[in-house]
Ligand binder design. Structure first.
Ligand code: PLP
Length: 348
């Protein structure tokens, strides 16, 4: 078997981007106060407030599952429910952590094409029941960019948030790939979040190029009350907080986060374009962010596997191919070359 090629298996198979790496080294120089009382944490939090042009509350946690779960728990009582897409990470990939950290809040799933919540289906779920036997809807959770590599437009977020407001629900945004969404939509971070009605955003740093760390950003500051206690109890309060915060500051300074996201998106678009030229290959979703979802004929997956390629097929059965800050044209040429070879053998 050839060497494993995991370049496209996830955006977290890439290492740490140079800016985040340098920030870790820089933060390593001195003794600084622990548990977030340091200047790096202060600076990173201020940079978030500048970026979103509002006085938001910011918390740093280790990973996305914790960010989502703790944020959702802060919006709910245990008898409430959260409405999310049926492909949502909180539903399919967090091992029940949102339910666990909220002491039993139920996730209710809605459909919708290309990973986006269908507004009418959400409303149907919200209004289905109001009796005491049903978990009372309290939150709409949307993923931006979606698990299918698409991006909600600002008007789509607004429509969901207006629905939420009508029924007194909160709006949570899983932004593990928020950077890719902003880079794709060309809308400002504030237009895509609090101005559209988002209460809390889990802003992903890891897939954008950091070693570790996601930021939980509360635009509705009433909802962040005692959030630090949730973080601590869940084992998500970093004592050496500076190593989460300093890389964030480096990412947010001079638009590094956007540059990396634009790069990943551009290469995904390119990969999508190349794949479409190969006979039998069909894109399952529009390529709007850093992911390409492709349906391949029988046998192609096996052929790629034999050539060492590894990627996931858990969303819709096609190949999920993720690009990152580190993906190169050479990586794309290698994959496309092997796929062409596989396709050639198939038709021979
Ligand atoms: C990667 C990802 C997360 C975070 O996952 P962790 O492995 O817990 O960091 C959250 N939501 C989405 C949509 C993701 O793709």
């Amino acid at each position: 078997m050839s060497d494993l090629k995991v370049q496209f298996a996830s955006d977290n198979t890439a290492g740490v981007c140079p800016e985040a790496w340098a920030a870790m080294a820089n933060a390593n120089a001195d003794f600084v106060p622990s548990y977030g009382e340091d200047r790096h944490t202060q600076e990173a939090s201020n940079l978030f407030r500048e970026l979103f042009e509002t006085d938001c509350d910011v918390y740093f946690v280790f990973n996305g599952t914790a960010a989502n779960s703790l944020a959702l728990a802060s919006l709910c009582q245990s008898y409430h429910s959260v409405i999310c897409h049926d492909s949502a990470h909180v539903e399919t990939d967090e091992c029940g952590a949102p339910e666990f950290f909220s002491n039993g809040t139920k996730l209710l799933t809605a459909g919708g094409p290309h990973g986006k919540l269908d507004l009418f289906e959400v409303e149907r779920i919200v209004t289905a029941r109001s009796d005491v036997h049903y978990p009372k809807p309290k939150v709409i959770s949307l993923t931006q960019a979606t698990e299918s590599g698409t991006v909600y437009r600002v008007d789509e977020i607004r429509a969901l948030a207006e629905l939420a407001q009508r029924y007194r629900l909160h709006v949570h945004m899983d932004g593990a790939r928020f950077a890719n969404a902003v880079a794709s939509a060309g809308a400002s971070p504030k237009a895509m979040t609090w101005q559209a009605g988002v209460d809390v955003l889990c802003f992903g740093g890891t897939k954008n190029g950091m070693a570790v760390g996601e930021a939980v950003v509360y635009f509705n500051r009433k909802l962040s009350e005692e959030f630090e206690f949730r973080c601590k109890q869940a084992g998500q309060l970093a004592s050496k907080m500076r190593f989460l915060a300093a890389p964030w500051a480096a990412m947010l300074r001079d638009g590094v986060w956007l540059r990396h996201a634009r790069h990943a998106n551009a290469l995904a678009r390119r990969l999508g374009g190349e794949l479409q030229k190969i006979p039998g290959v069909r894109l399952l979703h529009p390529v709007e962010a850093s992911g390409v979802f492709a349906e391949l004929p029988d046998g192609y997956h096996e052929g790629l596997k034999d050539r060492g390629w590894r990627y996931y097929r858990f969303i819709g059965g096609g190949a999920r191919l993720m690009c990152s800050w580190k993906t190169t044209e050479t990586d794309i040429a290698a994959l496309v070359g092997d796929l062409r070879a596989v396709a050639g053998q198939g038709s021979a």
